[in-house]
Design a protein around this ligand. Structure first.
Ligand code: F6R
Length: 264
């Protein structure tokens, strides 16, 4: 795991957008794994700016989203379909047929999940998987106790996640209990992962993910086992890390070619 400390969420989001943009420029037909939620909003905003002002071209990009609520139609305002079109897709030149988001209305859920996995493989696998982290350590909607080798499937949200996500709905009662989510095994197959976490409310879980033991009780800790994961956090989210000085030291002493990959 590489821990990148940024002064605030705005700088962190720009760094992450830079990493994604670099991939798109180097490999125009790349495959992106995308997340929803509050955390990546500024990152998507920056990608839109790069598309408008710098000609960042999404025409050959394929995307796979991590998750979707079961029972919500794609055009429901709180669905992750709506989120992605609102905050990214409608503002860039991505081809709708190259956008993949689990279907919350799928009739045969196990079959739909298998097809989702097959499609990721058929597209050559995910180049960069963007991730946020839930207060309980979930990535995607892999809640605590999820198998660390799980694949795309149905999951039941915890009460805490329902509460956290209720701000996207009129009330917590309206948040669906069930979701479709890529599994931890699916995420681990990505060639690289970039996990973003900002704010003091993420500090405790970030410390558990980075410095705690690998455990299904903190699903994000599985990323310690991933070959190429970058954890991008702001000052506030880094508050409970015990080795913060070392992560800063590592960054300050990186060879220039490595820093250029992140800063350019
Ligand atoms: C969303 C997702 C979730 C969120 C997590 C953090 O697609 O996969 O894991 O990343 O719940 O949400 P925010 O960013 O709202 O704190």
């Amino acid at each position: 795991m590489e821990i990148l400390l940024r002064p605030d969420a705005a700088v962190g989001s720009r760094t992450a957008a830079g990493v994604v943009a670099r991939l798109i420029r180097e490999k125009p037909a790349c495959v992106l794994g995308l997340a929803t939620g509050r955390t990546p909003m500024s990152l998507y905003h920056e990608l839109i700016r790069m598309h408008r002002e710098e000609g960042l071209d999404f025409s050959q990009v394929t995307t796979f989203n991590l998750d979707e609520y079961v029972g919500l139609a794609p055009d429901h305002p709180a669905s992750y379909h709506s989120f992605m079109w609102e905050y990214l897709f409608k503002h860039v030149n991505i081809k709708p047929l190259q956008v993949n988001i689990p279907n919350g209305l799928a009739k045969n859920i196990p079959e739909h999940c298998r097809e989702y996995e097959d499609k990721i493989r058929a597209c050559g696998g995910i180049d960069i998987q963007l991730l946020g982290i839930g207060g309980d350590g979930h990535i995607g909607f892999n809640e605590p106790c999820s198998s660390l080798s799980s694949r795309t499937r149905i999951k039941t949200l915890t009460r805490r996640t329902i509460q956290d996500n209720s701000t996207f709905f009129d009330s917590a009662e309206q948040v669906p209990l069930h979701v479709l989510t890529m599994g931890i095994g699916t995420i681990m197959d990505s060639r690289s992962c970039v996990l973003l976490a900002f704010g003091t409310r993420k500090a405790e879980i970030v410390a558990k993910m980075v410095e705690g033991p690998i455990s299904a009780m903190v699903p994000a800790s599985a990323l310690q086992w991933h070959e190429k994961t970058t954890v991008l956090i702001d000052e506030e989210a880094s508050g409970k890390l015990t080795r913060k000085d070392y992560y800063q030291w590592v960054y300050q002493n990186k060879p220039a070619w490595q820093t250029a990959e992140i800063e350019s």
